[in-house]
Design a protein around this ligand. Sequence first.
Ligand SMILES: Nc1ncnc2c1ncn2[C@@H]1O[C@H](COP(=O)(O)OP(=O)(O)OP(=O)(O)O)[C@@H](O)[C@H]1O
Ligand SMILES: [Mg+2]
Length: 357
Amino acid sequence: LIPAEAMPESGTPASRIADAAASSGNLPWIEKYRPKQLDDLMSHRDIVSTIQRFLSEGRLPHLLFYGPAGVGKTSTILAIAGQIYSKREFPTMVLDLNASDERGIGVVRNEILTFASTRTVFSAGFKLVILDEADAMTKDAQNALRRIMEKFTANVRFCLVCNYLSKIIPALQSRCTRFRFAPLPSDSVAARVRDIAVAEGANLDEAGCRALVRLSGGDMRRALNILQSTALAFPAGVDEAAVYACVGHPSPADIRRVLQHLMNEEAPAAHAAIRELCADRGVALLDVVTELHELLGRVDFPVSVRAHFYIRLADIEERLCAGATDRLQLSALIGAAMEARELLLMEKEKLDREAGQ
Ligand SMILES: Nc1ncnc2c1ncn2[C@@H]1O[C@H](COP(=O)(O)OP(=O)(O)OP(=O)(O)O)[C@@H](O)[C@H]1O
Ligand SMILES: [Mg+2]
């Protein structure tokens, strides 16, 4: 039993996390911990406060949310809808269409038009049409929406949600107030992940949390999915090694070892060692190359060596993406390292000469 004083104060985001943990046991954590209220959303403070102002003045415009995956766009509009409408009103006042629904012109002409054109008899105020993943709508469907949006503004507000703004026709963009949802900052992801790990009893340590944040790239959905699968696969604790092993991504320690092999061993030994490491960890050479690029930025190499590595790594990455085999491209990586070693020697001789003069 948790002592009463350790329980989060009721009505706070922390208490809602605790409530969610106690209920809906077998839902994936991304749904179980989907923010229910605008206050529960991490980050995006400016967007939330602007929308709260619109709502309190009763002047909500048509909205367009865009930004990368897993940063809270769908959660925000669902929380807004939850704030405007009671549970009873929700089914009649909100039309929520997402990518799993048909997105052609037929939907606009039938479902959306019917919903928008029927007046609400028992409730005052406007209805809400949520078009999630609106970038999947055909151009024809978007064009057909232009007129409906204008004609029924008194009765209906639209919220378009998408990843790629460029896929929304300019005419629709100009009818909406746009909000860009940026990738979530590291501290927001870390804070949420820590709270959820505590609520779920997952033993997450600091290095594990840093690894989650890093792999998430600001995508909270990804962070929570990795946390859940790692907690399942490694019940003893979610640490750095467990997180990287679970996603099949090389850990920083693995990459340091790869660089050691590359810079210190002869070609056949380095080839064998790196192949073994990739097989053992189940990681792809492409991920090794991308992470190596990160690490090289932090190693104190002379400019010429670093430039040489960058150019070679870019070539190898391109070939791997085009479908070249790992085996040959690993040899190319080793070849690049051998050249880098020559360059390093030359740099050192140059320095020695300059010192001797
Ligand atoms: N800002 C946030 N604060 C707290 N949790 C978040 C936030 N953003 C995302 N999440 C978590 O990630 C899950 C997915 O978020 P959401 O569906 O809102 O993403 P999205 O921006 O709509 O992504 P997509 O573009 O892929 O549809 C949520 O259920 C929630 O658990
Ligand atoms: Mg979404």
